[in-house]
Design a protein. Structure first.
Lengths: 368, 675
């Protein structure tokens, strides 16, 4: 496979042929689909202004180049009801000719996992062709960070923390649950519009604990760290091939939550709470954004898109152009994407029940 | 000193970057595209930038910036056309312009209003850029001083403008603003996601109503319907007075007002989180308060145009500070702008705290590209204004169907849901009734716009403050009563006191005579019933949720106001100003056509859309309207309809937008644009 990959990415001219050969090798008898003269609509269930828009706008022109027939790829925004509107719409679509794809995000995954009453979609029906991961970093003001005893967070347990929270059931539940496991007393201030607003609140000194996804941390918080006004506390980590949490490759010097939890007596890396945290971390970060073909997609179409996303990543300049925009995270296709999708959209009933109860107790959010 | 020594070379680098012919060429291209899109109400910068995005990938950064900045900069300039000529608030930046700009157009002074507005825009843009050149170096620590209590205070200051715009019966204005705030709270609360006045069984309202729809419904629809009923041109004078030169002279005569409003624009624009929604109202309020003879406001006072227009272009410049220095977009178009910058070149420009250190030359290029784009855009607009102003002399019945077409399309873009059109119609009805009974529509809109920030900042400030108070009483007080808060508080109190004293003289929407009791009383009862229900609805949210507090508070205050109004209505004779009713006397009462017949045409378009989809419905609507209402012959009517359809399809194709589908599209698979 890896040899094939290198061969394939050499020139754009070879790409179409390579696509066909990939499709052939992956699905004997398949021929791939040709999209010449067509327009591929890529539905993003968020507004033009969010992180998913950034991600789709990065991939769209590259995908257009890599698909056989070089179709026009347009990103179509369909915001509403925290992405459930767009996802419900996509659920109603049947596969026709491969000109419709959908980009989901952690904010689409979480309501699905938590059994939000508005969710009418089912990930099992959809065919994944790309899964993009990311990570997250929590950080503190220097005076509070200095109180940590190495990796042991116990000295912080007496502090009053304020955190700008986007919503109890959003990705923010991963950091808030983690902090609670460490025994920190974190009060969530709600009504934040994006993590950027949360960082601003931290910079203004109103919030004294915060987290950012990796790319936002690199652009927004690293300068603060250099200026000495913020200190990284921990990352959420990354998954290795066996599904273990290891250090985040983008931040190899920052300990993971797992390490901090191990070093803090109040926190346990086993049991119900840990399992729930890990399940939602996996659903929210290592496979945060995915591209799907609608239900009923042919094996040919799946193979074609898979090959196209492979070809994008095989570009000589991919590492360079993606590092700034996506961070150094795996962009998975094929079997890896399937595995990522499976882990991101399945949590054990125990983990789900735990989080649902926890949300009810802590925030009074009722999901039934 | 050290800072300046670093800044000067960067500034000259920036000019060297900008003043290349190819960069200027891209800038002009961006400006022209921005002007074309900006005249379309409700689309503006977001649509324009989305159009450019596919070309940004790997583009030479300075060229890409020239193109994008050119486009963003002129949207608040060109949307003035819609505000002044048609009374349609093109974007949140030009709502206040409607108040005096449109009456000027009705008085036959459209060209004068437009050129005064454009001259102010240009000047505002330049003042903004000059101010920013120095300010951007020291902006970071200053912006960080604006914490939640300060943001809340600015929001309250914006709300205090209601005092000036409340109209002749102050309590009515207050209730109107409260009603706007309550409409603004519809949907999921920001705090724990509890629903207000909506349900998951009917998902449309859970996301709340969009500003585009409320703005168009409250301002544009009542004006269009009212003009259509009279069956003549927008301008009451057959001969257009006031050429474009006169407008420029008006601006020059009020240059200090323009300077002050520009500064207001930059400063409010700089503060992240508020941006465009308050700035034009604050500027309008300032213009009113600093004018000796206030009687002309609302009837075409040119200072009411100069103030907001000076501030709204300056605000775009100010908005660059949170965008570039913090990586936090001040508006939707700025958010796309940030995303697009990441696509430029090899992604070396990284917006955020490091921008000043690593890319000061690029930062300055953006600031001055913005200013330059303002100059180019304004010159084009002033050149065009004389000709475009002639639109106001056309029989309005020939324009109206196209306006319905445009506002329906614009409304649909906000949520891509047929319900958008229903909501537009419903809010339009409310707007018509508020206009008829002289309830302040500006007050309603201010309430609506500021409802979300007021609620969020209030909740957050209370929460953070109580945490500080737990740490120590002094620390809590320091947090709430910072010097900025105290200064803003004083300004607000002064402005409210002065505003209320003067409000009686300011009729932002003209004089309205009073007549019978019944109709105004029924409307008041309906408003009261809605507010009471909103109170009950909020009260039924579980008590630990913060989402109930704000709507209950607002509804509670409004109910007291409503009771006072009801009592006054029962005590006063029917000639009292409280019984204002436009159907009694004046233009509306003497109209050729009735309200309901005229409204039925618009309703017809919506019903047809729900059956046949927008494009088929539109074709049918345009043809029948032109044939039967405007009395054109069949061939001419078909030509008009065809032209309208072609234009609509071209815009939608260009911007890659869909049209509302109807029942037909459920059953038949039709090709675009029909399907």
């Amino acid at each position: 496979m890896s040899i094939q990959k290198t061969k394939r990415g050499v020139t754009v001219g070879l790409m179409a042929a390579a696509t066909a050969s990939f499709a052939f090798s992956a699905h004997a008898g398949g021929h791939g689909i040709d999209l010449e003269g067509k327009t591929v609509e890529w539905i993003i269930p968020f507004s033009e202004t969010g992180g998913s828009a950034k991600w789709a706008n990065f991939y769209a022109p590259l995908l257009s180049e890599a698909l056989p027939g070089q179709p026009t790829v347009v990103v179509k925004f369909m915001p509403g009801a925290g992405s459930t509107k767009g996802a419900n719409f996509f659920q109603d679509q049947e596969y026709e000719d491969g000109t419709l794809i959908f980009g989901s995000s952690g904010s689409t995954q979480f309501p699905f996992l938590l059994g939000d009453p508005r969710v009418k979609y089912d990930y099992a029906d959809w065919n994944v062709v790309l899964a993009s991961g990311t990570g997250g970093v929590a950080y503190l003001p220097p005076d509070l960070a200095a109180k940590m005893d190495g990796m042991d967070a116990t000295p912080l347990q007496g502090e009053d923390f304020i955190y700008g929270n986007q919503g109890a059931t959003r990705l923010d539940l991963v950091p808030t649950l983690a902090w609670e496991m460490l025994g920190l007393n974190v009060e969530s201030v709600m009504g934040i519009k994006g993590r950027g607003d949360g960082r601003l609140m931290f910079e203004r000194g109103e919030a004294n604990i915060d987290y950012q996804t990796s790319s936002s941390f690199l652009s927004g918080v690293t300068p603060l760290v250099e200026a000495g006004t913020a200190v990284p506390m921990m990352t959420w980590g990354a998954l290795d091939a066996e599904g273990n949490i290891v250090r985040d490759p983008t931040f190899p010097d920052i300990p993971t939550f797992k390490e901090v939890c191990d070093a803090t007596p109040a926190c346990e890396t086993s049991g119900e709470k840990w399992d729930a945290w890990k399940a939602f971390f996996i659903a929210g970060f290592p496979a945060q954004k995915m591209v799907f073909l609608p239900k009923g997609a042919s094996a040919d179409a799946i193979a074609t898109y898979t090959a196209a996303f492979d070809a994008v990543q095989a570009r000589d300049d991919f590492a360079e152009i993606s590092a700034a925009r996506l961070g150094k995270y795996p962009q998975m296709t094929g079997a890896a994407a399937e595995t990522a999708k499976a882990s991101a959209t399945n949590v054990s009933p125990a983990a789900k029940t735990f989080v649902v109860n926890w949300l009810q107790e802590k925030y009074g959010v009722s999901l039934n | 000193m050290e800072v300046i020594m670093e800044a000067l070379p960067a500034l000259s680098d920036a000019w060297a970057l900008i003043l290349q012919p190819i960069v200027l060429g891209y800038l002009v291209l961006g400006v022209v595209m921005g002007l074309c899109i900006g005249v379309f109400p409700g689309l503006g910068g977001i649509a324009g930038l989305s159009l450019l995005l596919p070309f940004m990938f790997g583009m030479d950064p300075i060229l890409g910036l020239a193109l994008m900045v050119g486009m963003v900069a002129v949207v608040p300039t060109s949307d003035t056309f819609a505000s002044v000529l048609m009374g349609i608030p093109g974007s949140s930046a030009s709502q206040a312009t409607v108040l005096d700009g449109f009456p000027m157009a009705k008085n036959g002074q459209a060209a004068r209003a437009l050129s005064a507005a454009f001259a102010s825009s240009l000047f505002g843009g330049l003042v903004g850029a000059t101010f920013l050149t120095g300010f951007i170096l020291v902006a970071r620590p200053i912006v960080l001083e604006f914490r939640t209590p300060e943001l809340l205070m600015i929001t309250i200051f914006g709300l205090s403008m209601v005092g000036i715009l409340a109209g002749r019966v102050a309590i009515k204005g207050l209730v109107a603003a409260g009603l706007g705030m309550l409409v603004g709270t519809i949907g999921e609360g920001a705090s724990s996601g509890d629903l207000r006045m909506s349900s998951y069984d009917f998902p449309y309202l859970t996301d709340g109503l969009k500003l585009v729809i409320v703005g168009l419904g409250i301002f544009a629809i009542p004006e269009i319907i009212s003009l259509l009923r009279r069956d003549r041109a927008i301008s009451s004078e057959p001969q257009l007075g006031g050429g474009w030169l006169e407008g420029v002279r008006d601006w020059f005569a009020n240059i200090w007002l323009s300077v002050r409003c520009s500064i207001i624009g930059v400063i409010v624009g700089v503060i992240p989180g508020l941006g465009g929604s308050v700035v034009d109202w604050i500027a309008y309020g300032h213009a009113v308060q600093t004018t000796k003879d206030k009687s002309k406001f609302g009837n075409g006072e040119v200072r009411g145009v100069i103030g907001p227009e000076s501030s709204n272009n300056a605000k775009e410049g100010g908005g660059l500070v949170p965008t570039l220095l913090f990586g936090i977009p001040g508006s939707g178009s700025m958010a796309i702008f940030i995303g697009a910058i990441a696509l430029l070149g090899s992604g070396q420009i990284e917006v955020g705290p490091a921008m000043l250190k690593n890319n000061l030359d690029i930062t300055y290029s953006i600031v001055w590209l913005l200013a330059l784009a303002n100059v180019v855009g304004t010159l084009i607009c002033i050149a065009a204004s004389g000709g475009i102003a002639k639109l106001t002399t056309i029989r309005f019945v020939l324009l109206a169907p196209f306006l319905f077409m445009i506002i329906s399309f614009a409304a649909f873009q906000s949520g891509q849901n047929l319900m958008d059109l229903v909501a537009l119609f419903a809010i339009g009805m409310l707007g018509i009734l508020m206009r008829r009974f002289d309830w302040s529509r500006p007050a309603f809109l201010i309430g609506f716009v500021l409802s979300t920030p007021a609620e969020n900042y209030a909740n957050q400030a209370v929460q953070i403050a109580s945490s500080r108070f737990r740490k120590g009483f002094g620390e809590g007080l320091d947090y709430i009563f910072s010097p900025i808060v105290v200064v803003l508080l004083i300004i607000t109190v002064i402005s409210v006191v002065l505003g209320l004293r003067q409000a009686k003289n300011i009729m932002a929407e003209g004089d309205v005579s009073s007549g019978s009791k019944r109709a105004p009383f029924i409307f008041l009862l309906a408003v009261t019933a809605y507010i009471a229900y909103a109170f009950y609805d909020a009260a039924s949210i579980p008590s630990f949720s913060r989402d109930r507090v704000f709507p209950m508070f607002v509804a509670g205050v409004c109910l007291v106001g409503c009771v006072a109004l009801i009592v006054r209505m029962m005590l006063k004779p029917e000639t009292d100003t409280i019984f204002a009713d436009r159907e009694r006397e004046g233009d509306d009462a003497e109209s050729t056509y009735g309200l309901w017949v005229t409204l039925a045409w618009f309703a017809g378009l919506l019903v047809l859309t729900s059956l046949l989809g927008f494009i088929l419905a539109l074709g049918l609507f345009l043809f029948t309207f032109m044939k039967f209402r405007a009395g054109l012959n069949a061939a001419l009517a078909a030509t008009y309809a065809g032209a309208g359809l072609a234009f609509m399809c071209f815009m939608a194709w260009l911007l890659n937008r869909d049209f509302p589908p109807g029942l037909l599209q459920e059953y038949a698979d039709l090709p675009w644009p029909l399907g």
